[in-house]
Design a protein around this ligand. Structure first.
Ligand SMILES: Nc1nc2c(ncn2[C@@H]2O[C@H](COP(=O)(O)OP(=O)(O)OP(=O)(O)O)[C@@H](O)[C@H]2O)c(=O)[nH]1
Ligand SMILES: [Mg+2]
Length: 431
């Protein structure tokens, strides 16, 4: 064991990367906010930031884990919705998949939104990566009355599928078993596209000679979908051959009335719909309907805005009035003004005869009468109430719904709904 490893092993808190070179690599990928970092923590015993808000993990974290009888290097990645990246986080995650030569990919997915999740599973399979599908958040899926037949998924996709509740460590043993039994496989072709697209894929594959870290089929599909990073890679790796390859993609694009990205996504969606119809059922129950209704109300512009104002008002009453006024007033005037400050001043002036030293501790600008008073009586109540309010908002899942509500407005100024957090924090910063 190297010195670096030893040092990292002692540090089980905080985002400290561990050395994983030379180990078999497990990469955790999946949409934002599905529990990848919780799974990472369960496997490695290392804490990484977890929150009920998409986009929490923005960089790659590595840790070591004993899985079965072998030690693995586990890599936590930022959320990716698709193998065709839009955000920087998605680019980072894809770079790991293409550049790290992983031995096992665990696709962590939100079980209750399985139709949306399976797009990435298909893309990972098309990329020829050894995938395990981890249907996480099974408690929430159960909560909306959803039942999933893992066998149907397993047989159709020909990969191991496990169900987990990462926060309760449920299903982790099965996941570990699947990881340790996972073999690198040859590229899988889970579905076939339109004949024109398939022939373009084949011709592009034949023209590719470089090593892309993923299957040539996936490279061809990404090129057909006009992925700029893949175009750059092809240009770099194929030297003069790239013009002919680009031409195939361009010609194929002209054969359809719609962009190829749309045609390909639609074909995947149809495949997924057929599969989910066989694999998942939903039984509605009254309790969950209420939860779902509340969630819809929060995201609908008509009802969402009053909800937002109500929340801001409640936040103001709790942090602005109770925290910053009532509590500050009580602590500053009563506790410090009437008790602590007079007592400390009395003690200090009676034991220290020099005015200069007395002023250092007490009186108008003293460390205790001013410094400690400000920290405890003014800062502490505001920060405490703010963090209590914020964790309630976060844990109830209101933040992602607020992001959805504001997404359309924010898009007009070139941001997306997730920018709600820095904007809210920015308005709060007036002191
Ligand atoms: N109910 C429930 N909550 C879960 C489960 N797994 C994770 N969570 C919660 O889901 C939220 C997101 O978890 P993270 O581990 O931060 O998700 P992530 O996939 O790493 O998210 P990003 O880093 O933003 O991509 C947290 O509030 C977790 O506590 C689960 O199985 N059940
Ligand atoms: Mg994370």
């Amino acid at each position: 064991m190297t010195a670096k490893t030893k040092e990292a092993k002692c540090n089980c808190q905080g985002n400290v990367d561990e050395e994983v070179d030379g180990l078999r690599k497990v990469v955790l990928v999946g949409s934002p906010n599905v529990g990848k970092s919780v799974v990472f923590g369960n496997l490695t015993g290392k804490y990484v930031t977890v929150s009920n808000y998409p986009g929490t993990t923005v960089e790659v974290t590595r840790g070591r884990a004993m899985i079965g009888h072998a030690e693995f290097g586990v890599i936590d990645t930022p959320g990716m919705y698709s193998f065709l990246p839009i955000t920087e986080e998605e680019r980072v995650a894809r770079r790991v998949l293409m550049g790290e030569n992983p031995d096992v990919i665990v696709h962590v997915a939100d079980a209750k939104n399985i139709e949306r999740m399976l797009h990435l599973t298909l893309q990972l399979l098309e990329a020829g990566l050894p995938v395990i599908l981890d249907l996480n958040l099974m408690d929430e899926a159960g909560g909306v009355g959803m039942k999933i037949d893992l066998d149907v998924l397993q047989k159709a996709l020909e990969i191991p599928v496990v169900a987990t509740i990462a926060t309760e460590k449920k299903g982790m043993d099965l996941l570990k078993k699947a990881v340790s039994g996972c073999e690198k496989q040859v590229a899988r072709v889970p579905l076939r596209y339109d004949g024109l697209i398939e022939s373009a894929i084949q011709r592009i594959e034949e023209g590719l000679e470089g090593n892309y870290g993923i299957s040539k089929r996936a490279v061809a599909l990404l090129l057909l979908q006009d992925d700029p990073d893949i175009k750059d890679m092809i240009k770099e790796l194929e030297k003069d051959g790239y013009t002919a390859i680009y031409a195939i993609a361009e010609e194929a694009g002209k054969g359809f009335g719609q962009p190829l990205n749309y045609v390909i996504t639609l074909a995947r969606q149809e495949f997924i719909n057929r599969l989910v119809e066989r694999a998942a059922t939903i039984e509605h129950s009254g309790r969950t309907d209420l939860k779902e209704k509340l969630s819809q109300l929060m995201m609908h512009p008509l009802t969402g805005l009053p909800f937002l104002f109500l929340s801001i008002y409640a936040l103001y009453e709790f942090v602005g009035v109770f925290g910053a006024q009532v509590s500050v007033d009580f602590l500053e005037r009563k506790v410090f003004g009437e008790y602590i400050n007079p007592f400390v001043t009395g003690v200090v002036t009676s034991i220290i005869p020099w005015k200069v030293i007395q002023d250092l501790f007490v009186n108008e600008y003293g460390i205790i009468t001013l410094g400690v008073r400000y920290a405890v009586a003014i800062i502490l109540p505001v920060v405490t109430t703010f963090f209590i309010a914020f964790s309630i908002i976060e844990d109830t899942g209101y933040l992602p719904r607020l992001a959805m509500l504001l997404d359309r407005v924010f898009k007009k100024i070139g941001l997306n709904g997730r920018a709600v957090i820095p904007v809210v924090l920015g308005f709060g910063c007036d002191t």
